[in-house]
Ligand binder design. Structure first.
Ligand code: SF4
Ligand code: SF4
Length: 185
């Protein structure tokens, strides 16, 4: 008897056609004001960053050259809502190799910061942040792990200083990001 295969879910495809209404002419200036991102307009699309990027080697969608172009064109919403900006490993290979001295990693960091301000926070980071705020740890340590430590006569894990975490996240505005209802990237 032949088993019917479930149809595979396809990744949502990026719209190929760019509408003029999508382009925000101020976006590049907004980016240029951010320390490290000043040279965005010097990118002449040679593609060296993508060719040398270790993440691009293993991803069909992550292309730093493309992100630079989209930013230059002012495709603000597409860039900030895109999951791929979160894939950069900040290894700086692209920065070392760019013939125009564009600080690609700093620009991607700036894009991420703006994405968070706009509410585009990937679910996985929201969960990590919520766990840090509640427990002081990036993820819940399973009870089994605590028991295993006892069995192995290891000291208990240090207790997080939640008071300090709360203070720091309040002062920096970090906790506020998660209080409001935000969009998810
Ligand atoms: S290496 Fe530099 S100039 Fe070439 S595409 Fe990348 S950012 Fe642009
Ligand atoms: S810093 Fe980011 S974009 Fe640049 S090479 Fe490393 S992973 Fe790729």
């Amino acid at each position: 008897m032949s088993e019917e295969k479930e149809p595979q879910k396809k990744e949502p495809e990026e719209k190929a056609v760019i509408e003029a209404s999508e382009m925000d002419p101020h976006f590049k200036y907004e980016i240029q004001k951010i320390p490290g991102a000043e040279k965005i307009m010097l990118c002449f699309q040679c593609g060296t960053c993508t060719a040398d990027c270790p993440v691009a080697r293993f991803s069909d969608s992550y292309r730093p050259r493309k992100l630079m172009r989209m930013t230059q064109l002012g495709l603000k919403n597409r860039v900030l809502s895109s999951d791929v900006i979160w894939l950069c490993a900040a290894c700086f290979t692209c920065v070392d190799h760019c013939p125009q001295d564009v600080e690609i990693a700093a620009i991607i960091r700036a894009l991420r910061n703006l994405a968070v301000e706009e509410g585009f926070i990937p679910v996985v980071y929201k969960e990590l942040a919520s766990s840090v705020l509640k427990t002081g740890y990036a993820y819940k340590i399973p009870e089994l792990r605590h028991r295993k430590r006892e069995e192995e006569r290891l000291p208990p894990l240090p207790k997080a200083n939640l008071e300090s975490i709360t203070k720091i996240s309040d002062v920096t505005g970090f906790s506020k990001l998660f209080e409001e209802k935000k969009k998810e990237a």
